[in-house]
Design a binder for this molecule. Structure first.
Ligand code: DC
Length: 228
């Protein structure tokens, strides 16, 4: 008998611990892990490199027809996460820079960008069960997901976590990290298309005072309950 692929949707703002938790959940169930933020980042860098006008939906739509984005599992998925390829070029390290953080936040507000990546993300579910993390997975990409999780934490906690990420540690002070995080949060929450919001039927978890292990266990407990 063919089983229908399961979807675990994990949403929340930057620095809330989505990636680490999502990878652990994927490993636990043997599902594929999809970081949609990485897709927005790769798309943003690719668009910049190609010199298109990223303010223009028309230009983005045309550009997206020339784009292929795919993930490839690295040896140690838990530590390194999957590699991401943009038109067969390894973009894995390019997408973890402050520039990619900024450009992806901007280009993800455009409807044409979202239409293209949402389509790609939905296609991924035809290949098997997955844990997908992002901002609009439970609300827009998979409104019928088998479980929706919304992770949240205070701005201070999230900025603290972000500033200890290797990406930011080199060049940025905590205050600057927090300021930029606030700007991105504002943009994610207030954009016209697929803004960051909690799905009505999401399980809400405040990760502020919980360890990664505790958050992961809570999600596994909630999903196991659904699987019964
Ligand atoms: O999760 P992240 O920081 O890697 O995401 C980078 C940007 O992409 C972020 O500013 C918001 C955007 N994004 C989005 O709009 N929708 C998603 N599903 C995932 C990310």
């Amino acid at each position: 008998m063919r089983t229908v692929p399961k979807i675990i949707a994990i949403d929340g703002p930057s620095g809330v611990g989505k990636s680490t938790v999502s990878r652990l959940i994927a490993k636990h169930y043997g599902y594929k892990y999809v970081d949609t933020g990485a897709m927005y980042r790769a798309f943003a860098i690719g668009a910049k490199n190609s010199g298109i006008d990223t303010q223009s939906d028309e230009a983005i739509e045309k550009f997206s027809k020339t784009v292929e984005i795919r993930f490839e599992d690295s040896k140690d998925l838990e530590l390194a996460g999957p590699k991401i390829f943009f038109n067969n070029e390894d973009f894995t390290s390019l997408i973890r820079t402050p520039l990619a953080t900024k450009l992806s936040s901007l280009v993800s507000t455009k409807k044409s960008t979202r239409d293209y990546l949402t389509h790609l993300q939905r296609n991924m579910a035809t290949q098997g069960s997955l844990v997908m993390e992002g901002r609009d997975i439970g609300t827009v990409v998979f409104p019928d997901a088998d479980i929706k999780i919304f992770l949240d934490a205070s701005e201070e906690v999230r900025a603290q976590r972000r500033s200890s990420d290797t990406e930011q540690r080199v060049s940025e002070e905590l205050g600057q990290v927090q300021k930029e995080l606030r700007e991105r949060d504002e943009r994610d929450k207030n954009r016209k298309h697929a803004p960051l919001e909690t799905a009505k039927d999401a399980v809400l978890i405040d990760t502020g005072k919980l360890s990664i292990k505790e958050v992961t266990e809570k999600i596994i407990e909630a999903f196991d309950e659904r699987l019964k």
